[in-house]
Write a protein that binds this ligand. Structure first.
Ligand code: GLN
Length: 508
């Protein structure tokens, strides 16, 4: 039995890592504790795959490394991986029938760096133990995690992930399984990916902390591609302090495997967590506080901004004039890239193959018709359309031009401020099914997360209180390129004077 008085699942990543280092608890005991919790909470539909033998083998390896004094900084701490990262010991389905039961011959770089280290590379891994895979929207397309075709553990058919704060509501998406698992204390940390908000929005909806780093900071190798110029991995955990530890382990160049990986050395993102923010200039974009913003969300965000003023920060009004355009721009560029990326799923190179067909073309058509869900098909069609001859200039090229202007708007804003703050989403988490048949309503809800994604900037969500129905509200912080340490510092200072991030949903 463990020597701890606190329940293991209530410990932060930082505290758990320390207890493991001090041998107050073993990695095997820790893994077993969390596996029991995962199995007891299958009704949340957060996990889609476990492999207890693999998890316990990793935990035993962590215990050995800890005993030998040769362990990575997070040795033995469990982590749940979004089902968009390929993994050797667990399925990698990207929430799609297309990849039902798929096992990869290798682990994604991010999984390796957080775990046992990158094969053939001198960089040691952080030593984390993979607990299992968690649900995501199909190919990471979605804002509600209602669109995974992979049945969750304990379910025989696909099911929406439930928000631990209110099981009748969505957890956000597409990293909804990650956010629900962390919020319900089924895992101390989870990986996520963010193409247009999929780390920040579910973190906001589930009352946890998540950061999307600068585009290129974390390797995309082994992350099943949605929109390659936007996709970025990042950590989801309860606090900024924990996210800093995880992000330090995840990031770093991987140029041989991902040519868009940034050639900047790995950093210790915890180094400046406690720096004073007195005199910090926080830019408040007027476009993030317009009519569309629900009053309960606005109240929580305003209260968080007041806390910052008390800490000595100055609020500076700024403008991001093309905020609204980020929706059409993103929903042209992301589907365009998706239509190209998803062409590999043809039943030959990758993916599901139809059982009955007459010739090659019929095999392609039937395999893709059966393998992809409605939202994915919609985006492939939009993407193919905007890239086609005669429409390319009118849509895709225009969108690329406006994308550049959106990035320039941020650079203008950063002349007046050090970080930007605002809401993550216009409302709190909505009810399951409420927008399920209304794609446009889902797209509109991404308005505040898309701009930073299009610009490739780092952004995060920090718990800032509760709104309608007692649901969590996140504050979004956006920094300039490579300013993750600053964002984490600003988030940590808020978490030293508020306790939203340590509050637990009832029953967990
Ligand atoms: N909701 C957005 C979309 O559906 C963002 C998803 C994401 O960041 N992966 O594309």
């Amino acid at each position: 039995m463990s020597l701890l008085t606190t329940e293991l699942h209530d410990l932060s990543v930082a505290a758990l890592a320390q207890h493991l280092r001090e041998r107050k608890v073993s990695a095997v005991e820790t893994a077993q504790h969390f596996l029991i919790r995962v199995k007891a909470n299958e009704s949340l539909a957060a996990f889609v795959d476990l492999n207890e033998d693999a998890t316990l083998a990793q935990a035993r390896a962590a215990d050995q490394a800890l005993a030998a004094g040769a362990a990575g900084p997070l040795a033995g701490v469990p982590i749940a991986h979004k089902d968009i990262f390929v993994t050797r010991d667990f399925v990698a389905t990207a929430g799609s029938r297309m990849l039902a039961g798929y096992r990869s011959p290798f682990d994604a770089t991010v999984v390796q760096r957080l775990g046992q280290g990158v094969a053939g590379n001198a960089t040691p891994g952080a030593g984390m133990v993979t607990l299992g895979k968690v649900s995501c929207d199909e190919f990471a397309m979605g804002s509600a995690n209602e669109k995974s075709a992979t049945p969750p553990l304990g379910h025989t058919s696909p099911a929406p992930v439930r928000n631990p704060w209110d099981a009748s509501r969505i957890p956000g998406g597409s990293s909804g399984g990650s956010a629900a698992a962390v919020a319900a204390r089924l895992a101390p940390a989870a990986s996520g990916t963010d193409t247009g908000g999929s780390i920040r929005q579910p973190a906001s909806f589930c009352g946890i902390t998540g950061i999307k780093p600068t585009y290129g900071r974390a390797s995309r190798y082994g992350m099943i591609a949605y929109a390659s110029s936007l996709d970025q991995a990042g950590p989801m955990a309860r606090s900024a302090e924990d996210c800093a530890l995880l992000l330090s382990a995840m990031c770093g160049p991987d140029l041989d495997r991902d040519s868009t990986s940034l050639d900047v050395p790995a950093e210790d993102f915890s180094r400046s967590l406690n720096d004073s923010i007195s005199g910090l200039r926080i830019g408040i974009p007027q476009e993030f506080f317009g009519e569309g913003l629900a009053p309960d969300v606005r109240a929580a965000v305003d209260a968080a901004l007041k806390e910052y003023e008390k800490l000595g920060a100055k609020l500076v009004p700024i403008s991001l004039p093309r905020t609204e355009l980020s929706i059409p721009v993103y929903y042209i560029i992301a589907p365009a890239e998706a239509s190209s990326n998803l062409s590999r799923f043809d039943g030959v190179k990758f993916g599901h193959r139809a059982a009955d067909y007459t010739d090659l073309v019929s095999m392609y058509k039937k395999s893709r018709a059966e393998g992809f869900g409605d939202e994915v098909k919609r985006r492939i069609m939009v993407g193919a359309y905007v890239l086609s001859h005669g429409y390319y200039d009118a849509y895709y090229l225009q969108a690329q031009k406006i994308r550049r202007m959106i990035a320039d708007d941020f650079q203008n804003a950063f002349k007046q401020c050090d970080v930007i703050a605002g809401p993550v989403a216009p409302t709190v988490a909505w009810k399951i099914g409420e927008k399920a048949d209304d794609p446009v309503a889902n797209y509109l809800a991404d308005i505040f997360t898309l701009p930073a994604s299009l610009a490739g900037l780092p952004g995060m969500s920090v718990p800032a209180g509760f709104g309608a129905g007692g649901m969590p509200v996140g504050l979004q912080l956006i920094g300039n390129y490579l300013q993750e340490a600053k964002l984490l510092n600003v988030a940590h200072r808020l978490q030293q004077v508020t306790d939203f991030h340590v509050q637990t949903p009832a029953g967990f």
